[in-house]
Design a protein around this ligand. Sequence first.
Ligand code: PLP
Length: 270
Amino acid sequence: MKVDPSRAAALISQIKGVSERIAAVSKGRSVRLVAVSKLKPVNDIWALSRPQESGAEPQLHFGENYAQELAQKAELLPRNIQWHFIGGLQSGHCKNLAKIPNLWCVSSVDTLKKAQLLDRYRGEFIATFSSSSSSSSEESTPQKLNIHVQVNTSGEAAKSGCAPGPETVELCRAVEAAPNLHLLGLMTIGAIARSVATTPENENEDFVALREQRDLVAKELGFEQERKLELSMGMSEDFEGAIALGSDEVRVGSTIFGTRPSRADAKIKE
Ligand SMILES: *Cc1c(COP(=O)(O)O)cnc(C)c1O
């Protein structure tokens, strides 16, 4: 795949900058960096995910917002990439998403119906694999789907996510019980205004709220210390403040890839 060397160098330097900023605030805790590549070409993703000449670890976790774009990119790129679907989830997309073998996590499950669809289609997909290629190597069999339940911590009508409290607890319980899903934790986007105002001194209320929901779910579902539910919170504007409040996963796009083109101008491949 074509990679412009100066573009590759810029991307590598930008992601290194983000990783260093994460390390500076995470105090030795491991925090997953999901590089949000929506509307950016596969050439950019390849530049970061291929074996690096410097010997540095390649970036393998990438986040996408649009189901069709994700499916197309997954076809074009190697299977060792760990894809995250982080965009607004529609029921009509669950079937196609569940069939992407290296889809690693869906971070935007906000209704029971969508959880059930993902579970059913992932189950069917895993079954076709094991019946058609019983002798094939284990690595080609798709895994259970990791799930973050998205919580609408800011209460904004336009934001997706389920309501904090019983709704979040019951959705987490259903995901935990689904045979082809694995409950990884909770995700929030939060209000833009709070995000811009986030500093180490100014705690973001959305992040505090998500942490409270996580503790509530852990208590209601009877998880003890050994089963930790993670928090996916923090983007370009506010990831350091999110880590200070306990985030286990940050989703960073524009600080790595630069400003995004419009959807009409976006190219899958250069
Ligand atoms: C686009 C997006 C991001 C990344 O946003 P940046 O501000 O570019 O870092 C993170 N999370 C979600 C859910 C997104 O849609």
